[in-house]
Design a protein around this ligand. Structure first.
Ligand code: ADP
Length: 423
C-alpha cells in the first residue's frame, strides 16, 4: 500500500519540479497524472487477462496493491487446486467402491431418469452408464412389479422381488430410496442364493419331519395296541418291527448329526498318511457281512501301492457308503469291483457295480439329502437317503470330488477323484 503512495508522490513531485523549471507546473502535473492513470489502468487490464487465462498470460508486475492481490489470488488458486485434487480422489474412490459393489446401484433424477449407474447395474438390470444417461428407468426395466415400485411413494421405503431382465434365473430384491430432495437411488440385490438356501432349509425340515413321522407312527400304533392286548403272538410280531423302526430313527439321527458336523466344519480334519489298500480290504470284508450281501462277487483291484493323506475315519465312512450301496442296490450274485489307482498323478477310488443302473435324470440329484431313486427299496435296505450327501461332504473336505456314471441295465460307477494328496 505504502508503495503506491510513494510511487504517486514521486511521479507528482518529479512532474511538479520539472514543470517549475519550465514554468508550466500545472500542465506537467496534469500530464504526469494522466500517464500514471493509464499505466495503472494497463496493470488492471493485465490483471484481468491473467485472471481469465492464467496459463497463457503473465501476472502484472507492480509493487504494491496489485502485487498483493496477485499473491493472494495465487495462494487461493493453490489451495483450490489441492482441494480439488483431494475431492477428485474421494470421488474416484467412491465411484470405484460403488462400481465394485455386487448390488446394482442406479442414481435417478426427479422423473426416474438415469444419472449414474455402477457396473453391476449393467449385469443385473442391463442399465449402462453413460450410455443410458437421461433415459427413464421404467423404459429400461419393463417388469410390472418393478414399475409398481417406481410409482410408489418413495418416502415409504418399499421392497419388491422380481426376476432380472438379463437372466430370469436371477431373483432380485429392488429397493428405491429417496435422498436429497427429489433424487432417488435404486438398489437391486441378487437374492437367488439366499432364496435357494431358504428353500433348502424349508425342504430339509419338511423331509426330516416326514422321514421321522413314518417310523414314529408305526411305533405309536404298536404301543397303543400292546397296552390293551396281551396276545403273545402279537407281541412276538410287534417287537422286531418296533426294534427295526427305532433302529431306522437311530440311523437317521446318526447320519443327520454326521452331516451337520461335516457341514459346519465343527469336527476337525485329522489328515494322516492312510494305507488305502488296507482300508479298502477292510471295507470289502465289512460289506461281505452285510444283511443284504447275497452271493455278490466283490473284487478288489489295487493298481497302486501309494498312500493318501486323509482323515481315515471320514474316508472309511464315505467309501463304505459307496460299497454298501453297491451291495444294497444290486441283485443277487452281482459283480462289484473296487479299484484303487493313481493315473497321471491323480489318485482315485472307484466302486463299480454291474447291477440295474440308475436313470440319467436321477444322477445329478443323487447327492441331495433324502434323494432316493426308489424310496421303498432304500427304506427296505435300511437307507436314510443321506449316504451320498455324506460322501460328497467328506470328499469336499478332502479336496476331492465324486463322479457318478450309470447305464440302465449295465450298472453304475462311483469314483472319488483326489487331487495330489499322496503321502
Ligand atoms: P440311501 O441311504 O437311501 O442308500 P444314498 O444317499 O446312499 O441313500 O443313496 C441315494 C440313492 O441312490 C439310493 O436311495 C439309491 O436309490 C441310489 N443308489 C445309490 N447307490 C446305488 C447303486 N450302486 N446302484 C443303484 N442305485 C444306487
Amino acid at each position: 500500500m505504502q508503495w503506491d503512495y510513494w510511487r504517486l508522490l514521486t511521479v507528482l513531485s518529479l512532474a511538479g519540479f520539472v514543470g517549475l523549471v519550465f514554468g508550466h507546473m500545472m500542465t506537467f502535473l496534469f500530464i504526469a497524472s494522466l500517464i500514471y492513470i493509464f499505466w495503472l489502468q494497463g496493470k488492471w487490464f493485465q490483471l484481468k487477462s491473467w485472471l481469465d487465462k492464467p496459463k497463457k498470460n503473465r501476472s502484472p508486475e507492480a509493487e504494491g496493491v496489485i502485487d498483493d492481490v496477485c499473491r493472494q489470488i495465487e495462494q487461493m488458486r493453490a489451495q483450490n487446486s489441492s482441494r480439488k485434487k483431494k475431492l477428485t480422489g474421494y470421488l474416484k474412490r467412491f465411484q470405484s467402491a460403488t462400481a465394485a459393489l455386487p448390488d446394482a446401484v442406479v442414481v435417478m433424477g426427479e422423473f426416474g431418469q438415469v444419472s449414474w449407474a455402477n457396473t453391476s447395474a449393467t449385469e443385473l438390470l442391463g442399465i449402462s452408464w453413460p450410455r443410458d444417461n437421461g433415459v427413464r428407468v421404467n423404459n429400461l426395466v419393463r417388469d410390472p412389479t418393478f414399475q409398481s415400485l417406481l410409482e410408489m411413494d418413495a418416502d415409504a421405503p418399499a421392497v419388491v422381488i422380481s426376476t432380472s431382465p438379463m437372466d430370469d434365473r436371477i431373483q432380485l430384491e429392488f429397493k428405491v430410496v429417496r435422498y436429497a430432495s427429489k433424487d432417488r437411488l435404486l438398489i437391486a440385490r441378487d437374492i437367488t442364493q439366499t432364496q435357494k438356501l431358504q428353500r433348502m432349509r424349508r425342504d430339509f425340515v419338511a423331509n426330516v419331519s416326514h422321514e421321522l413321522r413314518t417310523p414314529l407312527t408305526v411305533l405309536r400304533g404298536y404301543l397303543e395296541t400292546l397296552t390293551t392286548e396281551s396276545d403273545p403272538d402279537l407281541w412276538r410280531h410287534a417287537l422286531p418291527v418296533m426294534q427295526q423302526q427305532s433302529q431306522r430313527m437311530h440311523l437317521m439321527i446318526k447320519d443327520l448329526l454326521a452331516l451337520s458336523q461335516l457341514e459346519t466344519g465343527d469336527k476337525p480334519l485329522l489328515h494322516r498318511p492312510t494305507d488305502i489298500p488296507r482300508l479298502l480290504a477292510a471295507i470289502v470284508e465289512d460289506a461281505k457281512r452285510l444283511e443284504h450281501f447275497n452271493s455278490h462277487q466283490i473284487t478288489l483291484q489295487i493298481l497302486s501301492d501309494k498312500w493318501l493323506l486323509a482323515d481315515v475315519d471320514e474316508l472309511r465312512s464315505a467309501i463304505s457308503n459307496l460299497v454298501f450301496n453297491a451291495v444294497k442296490y444290486t441283485p443277487e450274485a452281482c459283480e462289484i469291483e473296487v479299484i484303487w489307482q493313481v493315473e497321471q498323478n491323480v489318485p482315485s477310488i472307484s466302486v463299480i457295480d454291474h447291477g440295474d443302473g440308475i436313470e440319467a435324470r436321477h444322477l445329478e440329484r443323487l447327492t441331495e439329502r433324502f434323494y432316493r431313486v426308489d424310496s421303498g427299496r432304500s427304506r427296505e435296505a435300511g437307507g436314510t437317503g443321506l449316504g451320498l450327501a455324506i460322501v460328497k461332504h467328506v470328499l469336499q473336505r478332502h479336496n476331492a470330488a465324486l463322479t457318478i456314471d450309470s447305464q440302465i441295465g449295465q450298472g453304475s460307477r462311483f469314483t472319488c477323484v483326489f487331487r495330489k494328496q499322496i503321502g
